[in-house]
Design a protein around this ligand. Structure first.
Ligand code: ZN
Length: 311
């Protein structure tokens, strides 16, 4: 056990007065008293998670040195690495997205031909932490019974189902089938109130707002922000995620994603909550000059977060 004494400690939604952090290989917990092994300038906070990356298309070392502690690989069939949670293959309709995209690595999609085949496809995803299904219009789509069978098999294996929804009716299909997370904030149309309420009760959303325009305002980004604002107002749960590997995104903490989240009205504390779903089990992250919670400085301040260097 190592006891760290930073200038400030951010944990569990706020600064911990006089906070000391106990660090074990299995994770961290704040403690009230003790003799510190190491003093640090700045702020320590829980390890930050990007809940949507593609390691087949992005470099894990660069992501980690950019301040992200944990990543969720949401499809692409990369070789398992400790400390990464994997979806493994994209489960999709024969010929469906993303098998038709040039960036999709060979073998990264698993075509699902029927509900029975869906259960088999889930069983094949050895080592997966979740199951990922793509429903992307403009190409072949899985039927609702097949998505339901995949969801049932995932749940029977103790795995959440993450669905990529793009286009009319895809969010409704994901909800009816039993999805637990959406891989993106829906961006193709403003969702009906009833759909948003149902989504907020059933699913968590992974933000990925900056894939639309990469900092330049676009109609898709505005639609996504409007959907997310209402989803959150109905109590929906959010994960910070960037879809890193898809286009010119920042390989680490993405200040544009954070600013886009602020446009939904989320205060900095809630954004940090969305970035720390695995707080207790990860090593801490470090902001050498201290965390600035002023909304106009928050995104840039957080983007200077780094892994804690060895003593
Ligand atoms: Zn993606």
């Amino acid at each position: 056990m190592t006891l760290l004494a930073p200038d400030t400690l951010w944990w569990d939604g706020g600064f911990v007065p006089g906070g000391l952090l106990s660090v074990l290989p299995s994770g961290c917990t704040p403690v009230a008293a003790g003799i510190p092994d190491r003093r640090l300038p700045g702020t320590l906070l829980p390890g930050l998670t990007d809940a949507h990356v593609h390691l087949a298309l992005a470099d894990l070392g660069t992501i980690r040195s950019g301040g992200i502690t944990e990543v969720w690989d949401l499809g692409g069939f990369a070789d398992p690495v400790p400390g990464v949670r994997y979806a493994r293959q994209f489960l999709t309709a024969p010929g469906g997205y993303p098998s038709d995209r040039p960036w999709a690595p060979p073998g990264s999609s698993r075509f699902v031909h029927s509900p029975a085949d869906g259960a088999e496809a889930v069983a094949e995803q050895t080592g997966a932490s979740f199951i990922k299904v793509t429903l992307h219009t403009g190409g072949p789509l899985l039927s609702r019974p097949t998505v339901t069978a995949i969801a049932d098999a995932a749940h029977a294996a103790g795995l959440p189902l993450i669905v990529h929804c793009e286009g009319p009716g895809t969010v409704e299909t994901a909800l009816a089938a039993g999805a637990d997370l959406l891989a993106h904030t829906p961006w193709t149309s403003l969702l009906d109130d009833g759909v948003l309420r149902a989504a907020a009760a059933q699913t968590a959303w992974i933000s990925t707002l900056d894939i639309h325009g990469w900092g330049t305002p676009t109609p898709a980004c505005e639609t996504a922000i409007a959907n997310l604002r209402r989803f959150l107002s109905y109590g929906g749960k959010l994960h910070y995620g960037t879809d890193l590997g898809n286009g010119p995104l920042v390989p680490g903490i993405n200040p544009r994603e954070i600013r886009a989240l602020q446009h939904t009205g989320l205060p900095p504390a809630d954004i940090l909550t969305a970035m720390t779903p695995s707080a207790a089990t990860l090593p801490p992250t470090w902001i050498p000059t201290g965390l600035n919670l002023d909304p106009s400085h928050f995104a840039d301040s957080l983007s200077t977060a780094r892994p804690l260097p060895p003593p």
